[in-house]
Design a protein around this ligand. Structure first.
Ligand code: HEC
Length: 287
């Protein structure tokens, strides 16, 4: 009897820990939250009001938003950043028809070969991958203060809390506050904080000065769906789009999770019932 009771209590405690760990963020952590000493500015990331549509257990893509995000990538970011792991055919997953994907691909140029074997630009096919704006890294660095614009396909996975990071970074071009400047000076051993020529202050970039100029100005683009292009809106849309490029199966993965939990519950019930059935004739009823 005690063994059984002990087993049940142990099981409940284990389940409790698992539920807390998976459902309530930050209750249980392997490592204590230590703050990186070099971080002078804002490590807390911004989040859109009401959160991203794909966040949380029942998260879903907002396809309209992903299409807007693609428009931001195409019209703004693609002049510096490549997206080499995404093919034009993948755009079909955002709700574009086959003809639209074809037309969209054809509006981009990729390197092709002419009849003499020379490299010449040609319109892209759905099977092509998004091209790099620069032929080689040296050219990219030469264009912008020796900095390299990273490929954006996987950037939301390459940075902690990537969706929120991209959202914050896009809106982080502000003036540093007095308090921030004082903290930065203290961390630098008394040296005044400065932003060198050719770099830009961004409170969400890890070392404060980034080589990427501010990108998103209000009404910079005209959204195809008529949404007002505020800085916040564009930041949200590009963050959502880059979350999709990094993990197109994110929503599917979450839905599979529910199915697996449901199946395990069903199997547990079945297990319990068969246990009852098997032992029904073997156990003596207590008098
Ligand atoms: C004028 C060229 C240019 C454009 C346009 C541009 N970027 Fe960048 N971006 C850069 C450069 C250069 C870097 C590298 C910065 C550094 O290392 O200091 C960078 C870095 C980044 C990073 C990585 C930051 C990190 O943590 O390392 C992200 C994310 C990013 N850009 C997103 C975007 C998005 C989204 C857009 C479009 C809205 C965009 N960029 C448009 C030049 C550009």
């Amino acid at each position: 009897m005690t063994i059984r009771l002990g087993g049940i209590i142990f099981g409940l405690v284990l389940v409790g820990i698992l539920v807390l760990w998976s459902l309530v963020p930050d209750t249980l952590k392997y490592t204590p939250a230590t703050k990186a000493a070099y971080y002078a500015f804002h490590e807390e990331k911004l989040e859109p009001e009401g959160g991203f549509s794909f966040a949380g257990l029942g998260g879903k893509w907002d396809y309209q938003q992903l299409q807007r995000g693609y428009q931001v990538y195409k019209e703004v970011c693609s002049s510096c950043h490549s997206m080499k792991f995404v093919a034009f055919r993948n755009l079909a997953e955002l709700g574009y028809t086959e003809a639209e994907v074809r037309a969209e691909a054809a509006s981009w140029e990729v390197p092709g070969l002419n009849e003499y074997g020379e490299v010449t630009p040609r319109p892209a096919e759905p099977t092509d991958y998004f091209p790099s704006p620069y032929p080689i890294e040296v050219a990219a660095r030469a264009a912008i203060n020796n900095a390299l614009p990273p490929d954006l396909s996987l950037i939301t996975k390459a940075r902690p809390d990537g969706s929120k990071y991209v959202y914050s970074l896009m809106q982080g071009y502000v003036e540093p506050t007095e308090e921030d400047l004082a903290k930065a000076k203290e961390l630098a051993g008394g040296v005044e904080w400065e932003t060198p020529v050719g770099l830009y202050f961004n409170e969400h970039f890890y070392n404060g000065n980034i080589a990427m100029p501010p990108q998103l100005y209000p009404d910079l683009i005209t959204y195809a769906d008529g949404t007002e292009a505020t800085q916040e809106q564009m930041a949200q849309d590009i963050a959502a789009f880059l979350t999709w490029t990094a993990e197109p199966s994110l929503v599917e993965r979450k839905q599979t999770g529910w199915f697996v939990i449901g199946f395990l519950l069903f199997a547990t019930g079945l297990g319990f019932l068969s246990y009852k059935q098997i032992w029904a004739t073997k156990k003596k009823k207590k008098a």
